[in-house]
Write a protein that binds this ligand. Structure first.
Ligand code: GLY
Length: 401
């Protein structure tokens, strides 16, 4: 059995290097996601305020969190994607139950920038699929709340209005790369009855981040610290990466996904060209199996944990990016790379299978503080499922968003 796996996996690595077409069945992987999520539901999720977040390496129990946690939107988002794929009301019922548990998020000021992740991946998908006006009103209120964190002097949203080592808030305004993803909520709101200012904030944040958050080789700083009063950049630092000058894998994946989405929403070519630049430096430095180590400059590669979650975010983004790039060779490169990433992620090495009830193994949350290292993490599952659905839609000639 072990030998069979080694031969199969070696063939897959070889394929990652040369063969052009997808050889895995996307429906089979989507069915796998349904089966794994069914196991989680069957093992008991009676209380929607206890939301699956991660499973530690070697454990089988989900660590659960409440609606305040930054990851709270991914499980309901998975339920919505399962419903979209299967059309089975059972998933819709779960999605509704878990999305409803997040409504209180808009009853108070934003505790940080993550509000976009929290509500857009969950309630945003719910609104897309059901057009329920209660969801729309929560999303609009969330956009309003998130916009209050914008600092016009700096030109970015304040990511962490609380104590985080290295950022020295409230003395210093801080913005992290992850914040790019939360702009999607603002773009959506501006198009759906919210203030047009939300659009302006999202564009300004994108431009400022483009100017301050990247090194000359287009690798990103995790965080940038600004003078709160003057808005002047002080310096780029890391929080979850290896060092201030390293390329933290998930940070770069947020940049790739973020600028691709900003191009979709603005059709401004500067964002498309930038999305390609931040993508190309990531792709050029990947290990052979296309799944990055947690930080591209981690000191003990190849004996460092991987981060499958970054690969899932990038696979989903690359599929979208491939639909925007007009140079056919480049577009094909992005699509084929995404398909290969999904094929590797769908292998026995990365899928959880019978090891635990998540979809995937080998993600790394916060290596410097030892949090969720080489674990199953809910956002890896969410973006894996999103990427599979996007690929399925592409194969069927449908719009992917
Ligand atoms: N947004 C937090 C993280 O990527 O870990």
């Amino acid at each position: 059995m072990r030998l069979k796996f080694i031969i199969w996996f070696s063939a897959l690595i070889l394929f990652a290097g040369c063969a052009p077409e997808t050889f895995f069945d996307v429906n089979e992987q989507l069915d796998y996601c349904i089966a794994q999520a069914t196991k989680t539901i069957d093992s008991g999720l009676p209380d929607p305020s206890r939301i699956p977040r991660s499973i530690a390496n070697g454990k089988t129990e989900w660590r659960k969190v409440n609606y305040r946690d930054w990851t709270c939107g991914f499980w309901p988002g998975i339920m919505w994607y399962n419903y979209e794929y299967s059309k089975d009301e059972k998933w819709k019922n779960e999605a509704v139950r878990f999305s409803g548990a997040l409504f209180p998020l808009v009853d108070s000021a934003a505790i940080d920038h993550d509000l976009g992740f929290q509500v857009y991946c969950s309630i945003g998908n719910g609104y897309r699929l059901t057009k329920d006006t209660a969801y729309k009103s929560i999303l609009l209120r969330a956009a309003d709340t998130l916009s209050k964190l914008f600092n016009p002097k700096a030109g970015t949203i304040l990511s962490w209005p609380r104590e985080v080592p290295g950022v020295d808030w409230p003395l210093r305004h801080n913005t992290i790369m992850d914040n790019m993803i939360n702009l999607e909520l603002l773009f959506w709101a501006a198009k759906n009855g919210g203030s047009k200012i939300f659009y302006d904030i999202a564009v300004k944040h994108s431009v400022t981040t483009m100017q301050n958050h990247f090194r000359p080789d287009f690798t990103s700083y995790h965080a940038v610290i600004y003078d709160t009063t003057t808005g002047k950049k002080i310096k780029g630092i890391t929080h979850q990466g290896f060092s201030d000058s390293s390329m933290w894998a998930r940070g770069q994946s947020w940049a790739i996904y973020g600028y691709t989405m900003v191009y979709r929403e603005t059709k401004d070519k500067q964002f498309l060209s930038f999305a390609q630049k931040v993508t190309d430096v990531y792709l050029q430095n990947l290990p052979k199996d296309l799944i990055p180590y947690w930080d591209f400059n981690a000191p003990n590669i190849p004996n460092e944990p991987k981060d499958a979650s970054a690969a899932c975010v990038v696979a989903s983004a690359l599929l979208e990016l491939s639909t925007f790039v007009t140079d056919k060779t480049k577009a094909d490169e992005y699509r084929i790379k995404a398909e290969k990433m999904l094929a590797i992620l769908s292998s026995e090495k990365y899928q959880s299978g019978n090891i635990n009830n998540a979809f995937l193994l080998h993600s790394t949350g916060h290596k410097p503080n030892g949090g969720e290292v080489d674990a199953s993490i809910i956002y890896a599952d969410y973006y894996y499922l999103e990427a599979l659905l996007r690929l399925k839609k592409m194969q069927e000639g449908k719009n992917i968003y």
